[in-house]
Structure formats: structure tokens, C-alpha cells
Design a protein around this ligand. Structure first.
Ligand SMILES: [Zn+2]
Length: 257
């Protein structure tokens, strides 16, 4: 009974937000005006080191992401000077809901609603313009874990959750993950094999025509790694040798079919 009620409620809410999603999608894929993207830093593990790292963040720490979007958009002939503006918001006290590793379809749908609710309640700061796209960046003390949890970017709701290391030397790869999840929110899909993590050929290759094919000189953002050989790929240190491939450009409507 409770399960049925929960599902009915879920379907009702999903139907109600469908119309808004269509409007959001149109607005974020028009590329007529600058997209306002908010970075909301959060202390993932409550550690003093993550706290200190967050306190040290400045807008300059995210300038690479803004420059990356401008560089790649202009390569595809977009006239808009600043397609994406990154705004750093003050750190919040609460963490977003977590997605259970074994969440099914319903569980995942429920989590996306919880996340949207969370984003709605925790992205309003007096003196700051409201962000169109909200990326919650959860900083972890690198000495306490080897790998951060998976990050997510949702087009439905225009919200992302990024897990990052509170470490200046990893700021470049953190920026890469933020850019990747941000791309998901504007409609880009992953271009790597979910089982192996290796870039898909040809869509996940920066230059599918390169000869020899390996190692690839650059990384496709939605593949996330640079193919070194048929069996190896490497996460780039920063966004300087990362590109947006033609398939991704088409998905986010920088180009038209
Ligand atoms: Zn992804």
C-alpha cells in the first residue's frame, strides 16, 4: 500500500515537473545568453583540511572551466563570448542526498527528486544572483580515501553533484570533473564504456582519424580519459588538452544536425 502510494506520488510529481524540464532544456541549449553556473562547495567528510581548502577557494580556481567552455564553443563557431559563467557561492552546511549503489529505477528517480528539492533549498544566498545550473562540489580530505564516490550531473533539474579531493595539486582534475558533469546538465551523454571505463571509438576519441591512433594527443570531455592504447586510458591533469567532440557538440546544440 505504502509502496503504491509512493509510486503514485512520484509519478504525479514527475508529470508536474516535465513541462518545466522542457523549458529548462530549451533555455540551456539556446546559447544566446551566458549560462550562470553556481559552484556550491561543501565539506564532504567534516574534516579540518577540507574546511581549510574550501575557505581558500576563490573564483580564479574555476576560471579554467569558464575559459574551456569559451574556447570550445568558439571552435564550433558559437558567437556568444562567454557561453558559461562560473560563480562561486558560499559553502553550505548540509550535504545533498546520496544515491545508493544498488538503487533501482524507482530509487534513482526518487533520489533525483530529493536532489532537486535539496538544490532548491540550498542554492539561495542573499547578495548572489540565483544560478541556473547548480553544481554541489563535495570536498574530501585526500588522506582518508583513495577514490572519491561517483559524481553525477542531471539535465533534469539542472543540478550536479561532484566529489572532489581537497588538494590544490588535484584542482585541474577536479575542474575536469566539474566540466564533465556540467556538460551532462546541458544534455551531453557519456562516451566511455561503462564496464571498462575506456573511451568509446570513435565518439570518445578527440581525433578518431589520428595516425597512429594511439596514444591520442587529447581527451574528449565526455570520455573523461585520454586513450593511450587499446587497453589503457589516462585521466588528464587539467582541461588544457581536453576538447568537446562533434557528437557532444551536437547533443548540447552547439551544432545542428
Ligand atoms: Zn558522465
Amino acid at each position: 500500500m505504502w509502496k503504491n502510494l509512493r509510486i503514485a506520488l512520484l509519478l504525479l510529481v514527475l508529470a508536474a515537473v516535465a513541462g518545466q524540464q522542457l523549458l529548462e532544456r530549451r533555455a540551456t541549449q539556446a546559447w544566446k545568453e551566458t549560462l550562470w553556473v553556481g559552484i556550491f562547495p561543501l565539506n564532504a567528510d567534516g574534516s579540518a583540511s577540507a574546511q581549510a581548502y574550501i575557505a581558500s577557494l576563490t573564483p580564479a580556481d574555476f576560471a579554467d572551466i569558464e575559459a574551456f567552455f569559451a574556447r570550445e564553443a568558439h571552435r564550433y563557431g558559437l558567437a556568444l563570448e562567454t557561453p558559461v559563467h562560473i560563480e562561486l557561492y558560499p559553502p553550505g552546511p548540509q550535504l545533498p542526498p546520496t544515491l545508493a549503489a544498488d538503487a533501482g529505477l524507482i530509487g534513482r528517480a526518487w533520489w533525483t527528486l530529493e536532489l532537486r528539492w535539496f538544490a532548491w533549498r540550498h542554492s539561495d544566498f542573499p547578495g548572489h544572483a540565483p544560478a541556473r545550473i547548480r553544481i554541489f562540489v563535495l570536498y574530501h580530505d585526500p588522506s582518508t580515501l583513495e577514490r572519491v564516490p561517483d559524481s553525477h550531473g542531471l539535465q533534469k533539474g539542472l543540478v550536479g553533484v561532484v566529489h572532489a579531493f581537497a588538494d590544490e595539486t588535484l584542482a585541474g582534475s577536479n575542474a575536469m570533473v566539474i566540466a564533465h558533469e556540467l556538460m551532462h546538465t546541458v544534455g551531453a551523454s557519456d562516451k566511455y564504456d561503462l564496464a571498462s571505463g575506456l573511451p568509446l571509438y570513435p565518439l570518445g576519441f578527440a581525433d578518431p582519424q589520428q595516425e597512429p591512433l594511439y596514444p591520442q594527443a587529447a581527451t574528449e570531455l565526455m570520455a573523461g580519459r585520454r586513450p593511450l592504447s587499446a587497453a589503457e586510458a589516462q585521466i588528464p591533469p587539467n582541461l588544457s588538452h581536453v576538447i568537446v567532440g562533434p557528437a557532444t557538440a551536437l547533443e548540447i546544440r552547439w551544432t545542428r544536425p
